[in-house]
Ligand binder design. Sequence first.
Ligand SMILES: [Zn+2]
Ligand SMILES: [Zn+2]
Length: 136
Amino acid sequence: MKVIVRDLGTEENVMTGEIKPEIVGNEDAIRFTKPIKVAAKVQRVDNTLVVKVKVDSGFASICSRCAEDVVSDLQSEFWLDFDIPAGVETIELDDDIRQEILVGLPVKILCMENCQGLCPRCGKNLNQVQCQCKKD
Ligand SMILES: [Zn+2]
Ligand SMILES: [Zn+2]
């Protein structure tokens, strides 16, 4: 999504758009499963572009305790601001929006809140089976 700052007055502008998940391009543990729907309120305040962003998407990752796949919806809201350098006519929002979404995700993603994880001795998924290993 591009904001044409040249045409912006001081009033609030509403923009909507979609960021494709394939260009999210992070090969880390988290990937987007749907296009990222963006609704943004954009306002120019002097030489700063202030953007209130609302996103709606979904992501897939693996549980940090049991390593099972986790697929989840994702909604979040945040503010971004951008300096508007003199002479610049457009500002691209996509990278910063993706970045902010990833930063906002929990560091440890769990398949469920009380995931039992894997047995440290036999490696069985304790959500599915009760193993016979002795607990210390
Ligand atoms: Zn789990
Ligand atoms: Zn075990």
